[in-house]
Design a protein around this ligand. Sequence first.
Ligand code: SF4
Length: 329
Amino acid sequence: MTPFDYVRAGSMREAVELRSRSPNAAFLAGGTTLIDLMKGGVEKPSLLVDIRRVPDLDYIKVSSGKASLGALTKNSDLATDPALMKAAPMLTQAIAAGASPQIRNMATLGGNLLQRTRCPYFRNQAFACNKRSPGSGCAALTGYDRGHAVLEGSSQCVATHPSDLAVALVALGGEIQAEHISGQRNIPLSEFFRPPGETPWIETSLQRGALIVFVETDLPPEARRSVYLKVRDRASYEFALASAAVGLHQDGSRIIGARIALGGIATRPLRFATAEASLIGRTADEAAFRDAAAIALGEARPGRENGFKVELAKRTLVKALKLASELQQ
Ligand code: SF4
C-alpha cells in the first residue's frame, strides 16, 4: 500500500476544507471499497479525511412524498428501517441484496453511490484500463466481457455500475445534496451518474472534493407497490448480472403509473421512461410487461460473451413487474 496521511474531520465544513488542501485526498467513511482498492494499488490517495465522526449525517426521515437519507447512514440501517420498508420496498430490498451483512454494517449510503466498478481489469494492474489509468486502453473490449455492459458502453469503457441501491434511487428519482469548498449544490439523481463516453474515469457529476451530505428521494405513488429483483451467479455476496427496480400504480388492474430502472447491464443505473410510458393505460399482465421489456432492451448492443444478458434482463424485468402487480397497493 502506498503511504498516506490521515486526518479526522469534526464537521462537514472542516472535511471539505481538509480535502481541498490536497488534490489527491479522499474521504474515508465505511472504507469497504476504498481500503480494498488501496491495498491493490488501484487507489493511491495521499491523504485520507476520516468523516465517520462528522455529526448530523446519519439519519432516515420518511415523510409524505419524500425520504431524506443522510450520507453516513449505514446500509444495514437503511435495509431494515420499517418506515422506508413500507414507503419504498424496492429501496430496502435493493440495499439488502447488496454485499454481506458484515459489509452492510460498515458501508454507508454515500460510499455505496460512489463505489467503483467490479470490472476485473480495473482491479488488476497487469491490464489496460481507462478508468484506472486514463488513456491506457480498455482490456475488456478485446477480453472476457461476460459481466460487462450491453447498454451505453463506449469505445473507452464497457464496465457495469455495481450498486444495487443506486438502481432503486434512479427509479424513484430525487436529488443529492453535496457540500463543496465553494458551497452547496443539488444534483438530480437523473444527472448524477455519467455515461463513460470519452472520459470513463469521470463517473459522477459530483465536483472533485465534494462531500455527499444527503439523498432526498422522491416517493411517488409507484413506490409503495415496488420490487427490486436481482439475478446473479450465486445467491448472496455477488454483483448483479441483471437487476430491476420497478414500481406500479394501478387503478384496479389498469396501470396508471410505472417506474422502471435496470442494473447490471449498463455502465450506470438506467431509468427507462419510454418503457414506463408504454405501460400506462394497459392492463397489468404479462403481455404489457413483455412489451415494456422489449422497449427497454431495444437498444442493447452486447459484446462477445454477454449476449445472454439481453434476454436475462428482459425476463428479470417481466418477473419484477409481475411481482409488483401482485402486491397490495
Ligand atoms: Fe477499465 Fe472500463 Fe475497460 Fe473495465 S471496461 S477495463 S473498467 S475501461
